[in-house]
Design a protein around this ligand. Structure first.
Ligand SMILES: Cc1cc2nc3c(=O)[nH]c(=O)nc-3n(C[C@H](O)[C@H](O)[C@H](O)COP(=O)(O)OP(=O)(O)OC[C@H]3O[C@@H](n4cnc5c(N)ncnc54)[C@H](O)[C@@H]3O)c2cc1C
Length: 385
């Protein structure tokens, strides 16, 4: 990236506020170390504490959810971003049904926090529009209700569908609730995990270490050599506008899921995506303090074309966040091959709210009972054997 493609560090400021957080001292030993205080880490640690386990969380940032979790849009759906007929074509109907069963169980966990608007999937351009019927058929075969959708309110959008399951949530509210009373050491980056003969030892960048029976690596906090060829970072960018009249009754994915929009009850419109404006789709980027000018230009143009009212109200915030995806696009959940006391719960890409709480539940069950039920085999750590 040339310097003219980026703006200054202070330019990347999320529209969501951060979560107030209290620093805990690093103990010498605990039963389970959780690395990462994002959506998955907070939920794993809370579940373990509720089961009576001793837990300590390490977070490299200075706040709960400070890495990514308070930078997302809060859209939650039983569908991942792949258009459903492409998902079925890629993995087959049986595997796609397993994935949807898992995401549906995830929605059930979140049901008391969701604004149940469902989610709109709109098309932009004739190729995407032609796929709508295939997608409606695939949705039927997956048991997900959906109805055809068009809107005169949103100019230049093609036909699509509305599926009534899922909706939106406020990431900060959930994190604050889940993170209450968790012992978290902030500004503490885990660097490696060794074994002293009986305990696992998690080393940190400030020279301290903590011993534990087990370690859970969450979200993008994957620090073992095993993870190196399986996880990669992707920078995702967003804008928010001043409040305007209600335009969007439910959150919307468009452009094969590459761009998403959501309007808050208070009228602010959020739009994220357009990373196709860079040749490498922002893959491998790790700096969330910069705004990529080309992506920003496309996001602004998208806003003006499809949401002229909010565009006129003006952009108030621009920000980026670093998502962690995997080599096959599916999350990686479970004990590492050959290192059963180290567990991965990460790689949720752009859809942590559709996957991470259910994944965290499986990890907690696995640690507490020795058996994690219901994790699709395509999410397992053993699929790479
Ligand atoms: C603009 C934008 C819009 C999005 N919209 C949505 C959406 O609508 N719906 C949705 O579901 N998702 C969305 N996402 C993605 C979503 O925000 C992420 O998938 C989610 O935050 C990942 O959460 P996580 O807890 O699983 O992982 P992470 O956020 O990766 O959590 C890992 C935590 O670990 C910390 N960490 C990393 N390495 C270390 C280490 N070595 N030591 C200690 N700590 C470490 C990080 O700082 C981080 O806090 C969006 C993302 C962006 C940027």
């Amino acid at each position: 990236m040339t310097t003219s493609d980026r703006t200054s560090a202070s330019a990347s400021i999320p529209a969501w506020k951060g979560v107030d957080s209290t620093q805990a001292d690093l103990p010498e030993r605990t039963e389970v170390v959780v690395i990462g205080a994002g959506i998955s880490g907070t939920r794993v640690a809370q579940g373990l504490m509720n089961s009576g386990a001793q837990v300590h969380v390490l977070e490299q940032r200075t706040r709960l959810g400070g890495g990514m979790a308070t930078r997302g849009m809060g859209i939650c759906s039983p569908l991942l971003l792949d258009p459903p007929f492409r998902l079925v074509s890629a993995v087959g109907l049986d595997v796609a049904r397993e994935i949807v069963r898992f995401t549906s169980e995830n929605l059930d966990i979140l049901k008391d926090h969701l604004q149940p608007t469902g989610v709109i999937y709109a098309s932009k351009g004739p190729d995407e529009a032609r796929e709508v019927d295939h997608n409606l058929e695939a949705l039927e075969s997956l048991g997900i209700p959906a109805t055809p959708w068009t809107s005169d309110l949103i100019p230049d959008t093609g036909p699509g569908w509305h599926q009534p399951l899922g909706g939106t949530l406020r990431p900060r509210v959930l994190l604050r609730q889940w993170g209450q009373d968790l012992p978290v050491s902030y500004a503490t980056r885990a660097t490696k995990i060794t074994n002293d003969g009986s305990d696992l030892v998690v080393h940190t960048d400030n020279g301290e270490s903590i011993r534990a029976d087990m370690v859970v690596m969450t979200g993008g906090a994957q620090i073992t050599p095993w993870a190196q060829d399986k996880f990669h970072t992707i920078r995702h960018q967003a804008v928010a506008t001043s409040p305007t009249e209600p335009t969007l009754s439910a959150p919307m994915h468009i452009q094969y899921g590459y761009t998403s929009a959501r309007q808050l009850d208070t009228g602010e419109l959020f739009v994220s995506g357009c990373r196709w404006a860079t040749p490498h789709l922002e893959v491998g980027e790790t700096d969330d303090t910069v705004i990529h000018q080309k992506v920003d230009g496309r996001l602004s143009a998208f806003l003006e074309q499809h949401f002229p009212g909010p565009a006129k109200a003006g952009i108030t915030h621009r920000w980026t966040g670093i998502m962690t995806s995997t080599c096959d696009g599916l999350p990686i959940i479970g004990p590492l091959p050959g290192r059963p006391r180290i567990i991965s719960c990460g790689g949720f890409g752009g859809f942590s709210w559709s996957l991470a709480p259910r994944a965290a539940q499986a990890v907690v069950e696995g640690i507490v009972t020795g058996k994690a039920n219901g994790v699709p085999s395509c999410f397992s750590t053993r699929r790479f054997d």
